[in-house]
Design a protein around this ligand. Sequence first.
Ligand code: FES
Length: 272
Amino acid sequence: MYKIVKQQRLNSAVVSIEVEAPYVARKCEPGQFVIVRVDPDGERIPLTIADFDRAGNTITLIYQELGYSTKRLSTKAVGDELQDVAGPLGQAAELRKTAKVLGIGGGVGAAPLYPQLKKLADLGSQVDVILGGRSAELVILANEFRAFARQVTIATDDGSLGLKGTVVDALLRKVRDENYNRVIAIGPLPMMRAVVEHTKRLEIPTMVSLNPIMIDGTGMCGGCRVTVGGATKFACVDGPDFDGFQVNFDECIRRQLMYRQQERRFEQEHPC
Ligand code: FES
């Protein structure tokens, strides 16, 4: 069993938990994820590993309470145990020293971005970060990024923190003064699509992280199918990180919307 040793609410919808998971903590690398089951009959929830402590045998998971299962996860407290934490799954992100990297995190996308940028900074890369959200409350981990990033720029839709606008507005400002060698963008699909539209034009190689519907997490069910460079890929085994220039975002967005109605109906019928 996997005990929750720390729990912190980052805002009204986002929670961080540190969980004892010795095998995962020993093996995981930035970019990889786990599949969590809260109870024996629980749904499988794919969550990217936001941080890990190899000596302490723990991993940190940051999730948004979006549906029945993540809300159920939030009913657990420090000391409670989770049914399963399976992983590490997926490919580790390909990270090597790069002169100037710009990380862009939209909302809870800042969580999977964090370990990748931390590793790039450890390797000696110059790292700048843009964090975005609809309002100040929805911007997470700014202080954690400040611990290693050269600059942290915040953009909020309502202007309640940082510049008023989207992460794309912030990106367009930054590239006026800086030549970045690589962008890593993680957040909602429309955000990543918008970032890639610009970085493609600017010819800055851009990696994105896809988080489609996942069931088994091992490449067997086909649930996480995405099209990258015209070929079918499974985000759980081939990703979750992909070359943003090659991703068919329109198809990903269509597939993500496919089950929205059923999820809402299930939530109404099964309140936590
Ligand atoms: Fe089943 Fe990826 S989750 S193939």
